[in-house]
Design a protein around this ligand. Structure first.
Ligand code: S3P
Length: 188
Protein backbone atom coordinates (compact mmCIF):
# COMPACT_ATOMS: atom_id res chain seq x y z
CA UNK A 1 0.00 0.00 0.00
CA UNK A 2 1.34 3.48 -0.81
CA UNK A 3 2.38 5.47 2.27
CA UNK A 4 0.10 8.31 3.45
CA UNK A 5 -2.87 7.24 1.34
CA UNK A 6 -5.67 6.32 3.79
CA UNK A 7 -6.96 2.77 3.52
CA UNK A 8 -10.44 2.42 2.07
CA UNK A 9 -13.09 -0.02 3.32
CA UNK A 10 -12.29 -2.23 0.34
CA UNK A 11 -8.57 -2.22 1.22
CA UNK A 12 -9.36 -3.16 4.82
CA UNK A 13 -11.70 -5.97 3.75
CA UNK A 14 -8.96 -7.34 1.47
CA UNK A 15 -6.38 -7.21 4.29
CA UNK A 16 -8.83 -8.99 6.61
CA UNK A 17 -9.34 -11.76 4.04
CA UNK A 18 -5.58 -12.33 3.75
CA UNK A 19 -5.15 -12.63 7.49
CA UNK A 20 -5.12 -16.33 8.42
CA UNK A 21 -4.48 -16.13 12.16
CA UNK A 22 -5.79 -14.21 15.17
CA UNK A 23 -4.32 -10.79 15.93
CA UNK A 24 -3.12 -10.79 19.53
CA UNK A 25 -2.65 -7.42 21.21
CA UNK A 26 0.10 -7.21 23.83
CA UNK A 27 1.55 -4.34 25.86
CA UNK A 28 1.41 -2.70 29.26
CA UNK A 29 -1.70 -1.98 31.30
CA UNK A 30 -3.42 1.13 30.01
CA UNK A 31 -2.19 1.09 26.41
CA UNK A 32 -5.78 0.48 25.29
CA UNK A 33 -5.61 -3.17 24.19
CA UNK A 34 -9.30 -3.85 24.89
CA UNK A 35 -10.70 -0.64 23.42
CA UNK A 36 -8.39 -0.67 20.41
CA UNK A 37 -9.05 -4.41 20.00
CA UNK A 38 -12.82 -3.94 19.85
CA UNK A 39 -12.43 -1.18 17.30
CA UNK A 40 -9.91 -3.16 15.26
CA UNK A 41 -12.14 -6.25 15.21
CA UNK A 42 -15.11 -4.21 14.06
CA UNK A 43 -13.06 -2.57 11.28
CA UNK A 44 -11.79 -5.99 10.14
CA UNK A 45 -15.27 -7.48 10.55
CA UNK A 46 -13.88 -10.13 12.92
CA UNK A 47 -14.75 -11.32 16.42
CA UNK A 48 -13.20 -9.72 19.48
CA UNK A 49 -12.34 -11.46 22.73
CA UNK A 50 -10.72 -10.09 25.87
CA UNK A 51 -8.52 -12.73 27.53
CA UNK A 52 -8.91 -11.15 31.00
CA UNK A 53 -12.71 -11.40 30.70
CA UNK A 54 -12.39 -15.05 29.60
CA UNK A 55 -10.13 -15.79 32.61
CA UNK A 56 -12.68 -14.18 34.95
CA UNK A 57 -15.46 -16.27 33.40
CA UNK A 58 -13.47 -19.50 33.67
CA UNK A 59 -12.54 -18.80 37.31
CA UNK A 60 -15.93 -17.30 38.23
CA UNK A 61 -13.98 -14.57 40.00
CA UNK A 62 -12.68 -11.10 39.21
CA UNK A 63 -8.96 -10.68 38.54
CA UNK A 64 -8.34 -8.91 41.90
CA UNK A 65 -10.14 -11.83 43.61
CA UNK A 66 -7.96 -14.38 41.77
CA UNK A 67 -4.79 -12.52 42.83
CA UNK A 68 -6.02 -12.16 46.43
CA UNK A 69 -7.26 -15.73 46.88
CA UNK A 70 -4.72 -17.73 44.87
CA UNK A 71 -1.81 -15.44 43.98
CA UNK A 72 -0.21 -14.30 40.74
CA UNK A 73 1.28 -17.72 39.84
CA UNK A 74 -2.18 -19.28 39.76
CA UNK A 75 -3.46 -16.39 37.64
CA UNK A 76 -0.59 -16.87 35.13
CA UNK A 77 -1.37 -20.62 34.83
CA UNK A 78 -5.02 -19.85 34.11
CA UNK A 79 -4.01 -17.10 31.70
CA UNK A 80 -1.79 -19.51 29.76
CA UNK A 81 -4.57 -22.11 29.46
CA UNK A 82 -7.22 -19.57 28.47
CA UNK A 83 -5.03 -17.87 25.85
CA UNK A 84 -4.10 -21.29 24.42
CA UNK A 85 -7.80 -22.08 24.05
CA UNK A 86 -8.73 -18.66 22.63
CA UNK A 87 -5.98 -18.86 20.02
CA UNK A 88 -7.33 -22.25 18.91
CA UNK A 89 -10.89 -20.96 18.71
CA UNK A 90 -10.50 -17.40 17.45
CA UNK A 91 -9.74 -16.07 14.02
CA UNK A 92 -10.33 -12.52 15.14
CA UNK A 93 -8.73 -10.12 17.61
CA UNK A 94 -7.63 -11.13 21.11
CA UNK A 95 -6.67 -8.55 23.76
CA UNK A 96 -4.35 -9.99 26.43
CA UNK A 97 -3.48 -8.76 29.93
CA UNK A 98 -0.20 -6.85 30.20
CA UNK A 99 1.77 -9.76 31.71
CA UNK A 100 0.64 -12.52 29.35
CA UNK A 101 3.36 -12.04 26.73
CA UNK A 102 6.02 -11.98 29.44
CA UNK A 103 5.30 -15.61 30.36
CA UNK A 104 7.62 -17.78 28.21
CA UNK A 105 5.05 -20.45 27.31
CA UNK A 106 2.21 -18.03 26.69
CA UNK A 107 4.49 -15.91 24.50
CA UNK A 108 5.50 -19.01 22.53
CA UNK A 109 1.86 -19.97 21.91
CA UNK A 110 1.07 -16.45 20.73
CA UNK A 111 4.15 -16.19 18.49
CA UNK A 112 3.50 -19.59 16.92
CA UNK A 113 -0.20 -19.38 16.29
CA UNK A 114 -1.15 -15.71 16.27
CA UNK A 115 0.08 -12.37 14.99
CA UNK A 116 1.34 -10.44 18.01
CA UNK A 117 0.96 -6.66 17.93
CA UNK A 118 2.70 -4.63 20.64
CA UNK A 119 0.85 -1.45 21.46
CA UNK A 120 3.44 0.87 22.97
CA UNK A 121 2.66 4.09 24.79
CA UNK A 122 4.43 6.77 26.86
CA UNK A 123 4.33 6.51 30.65
CA UNK A 124 2.44 9.81 31.21
CA UNK A 125 -0.49 8.55 29.13
CA UNK A 126 -0.42 5.16 30.89
CA UNK A 127 -0.46 6.78 34.34
CA UNK A 128 -3.40 8.93 33.33
CA UNK A 129 -5.38 6.06 31.76
CA UNK A 130 -4.79 3.53 34.53
CA UNK A 131 -5.81 6.06 37.21
CA UNK A 132 -9.41 5.91 35.93
CA UNK A 133 -10.05 2.39 37.30
CA UNK A 134 -8.83 0.74 40.48
CA UNK A 135 -9.11 -2.86 39.28
CA UNK A 136 -5.47 -3.72 38.63
CA UNK A 137 -3.86 -5.69 41.46
CA UNK A 138 -0.32 -4.83 40.34
CA UNK A 139 -0.98 -1.09 40.69
CA UNK A 140 -2.55 -1.20 44.14
CA UNK A 141 0.60 -1.21 46.26
CA UNK A 142 2.83 1.74 45.55
CA UNK A 143 3.20 4.68 43.21
CA UNK A 144 1.61 3.73 39.84
CA UNK A 145 4.12 5.82 37.87
CA UNK A 146 7.06 4.01 39.43
CA UNK A 147 5.41 0.60 39.04
CA UNK A 148 4.57 1.23 35.38
CA UNK A 149 8.08 2.58 34.67
CA UNK A 150 9.67 -0.47 36.32
CA UNK A 151 7.33 -2.86 34.47
CA UNK A 152 8.15 -1.14 31.18
CA UNK A 153 11.88 -1.56 31.89
CA UNK A 154 11.44 -5.25 32.71
CA UNK A 155 8.93 -6.15 29.99
CA UNK A 156 10.07 -4.17 26.96
CA UNK A 157 12.47 -6.94 25.88
CA UNK A 158 9.53 -9.35 25.65
CA UNK A 159 7.04 -7.02 23.99
CA UNK A 160 9.76 -6.22 21.43
CA UNK A 161 9.54 -9.84 20.21
CA UNK A 162 6.15 -9.10 18.65
CA UNK A 163 6.51 -8.82 14.86
CA UNK A 164 4.47 -5.59 14.85
CA UNK A 165 4.84 -2.52 17.10
CA UNK A 166 2.44 0.39 16.98
CA UNK A 167 2.52 3.53 19.11
CA UNK A 168 -0.64 4.64 20.83
CA UNK A 169 -0.86 8.36 21.54
CA UNK A 170 -3.30 10.39 23.52
CA UNK A 171 -5.65 10.56 20.52
CA UNK A 172 -8.65 8.43 19.56
CA UNK A 173 -8.25 4.65 19.77
CA UNK A 174 -9.53 4.36 16.20
CA UNK A 175 -6.25 6.00 15.05
CA UNK A 176 -4.31 3.19 16.73
CA UNK A 177 -6.62 0.56 15.20
CA UNK A 178 -6.04 2.06 11.76
CA UNK A 179 -2.25 2.16 12.34
CA UNK A 180 -2.41 -1.56 13.25
CA UNK A 181 -4.23 -2.39 10.02
CA UNK A 182 -1.60 -0.48 8.03
CA UNK A 183 1.16 -2.38 9.86
CA UNK A 184 -0.59 -5.73 9.24
CA UNK A 185 -0.82 -4.84 5.56
CA UNK A 186 2.96 -4.26 5.48
CA UNK A 187 3.58 -7.48 7.40
CA UNK A 188 1.40 -9.72 5.20
C1 S3P B 1 -1.64 -7.44 34.35
C2 S3P B 1 -2.47 -6.71 33.52
C3 S3P B 1 -3.93 -6.76 33.60
C4 S3P B 1 -4.40 -8.10 34.19
C5 S3P B 1 -3.70 -8.37 35.49
C6 S3P B 1 -2.18 -8.40 35.36
C7 S3P B 1 -0.17 -7.32 34.18
O1 S3P B 1 -4.50 -6.60 32.30
O2 S3P B 1 -4.15 -9.16 33.29
O3 S3P B 1 -4.11 -7.36 36.38
O4 S3P B 1 0.57 -8.20 34.66
O5 S3P B 1 0.28 -6.33 33.55
P1 S3P B 1 -4.51 -5.18 31.49
O6 S3P B 1 -3.19 -5.08 30.79
O7 S3P B 1 -5.63 -5.36 30.52
O8 S3P B 1 -4.75 -4.12 32.48
Amino acid sequence: MTANVPLTQTDIAAISRRLDRPVVLVGLMGVGKSTVGRRLASMLNRDFVDADDAIEQAAQRSIPEIFDEFGEGYFRDGERRVIGRLIEESTGVIATGGGAFVDTETRQIILERGLAVWIDCDIDTLVERTSRRNTRPLLRNGDPRKILTDLMGARQQFYAQAPIRVESHDGPHSDTARAIIEAIDEWL
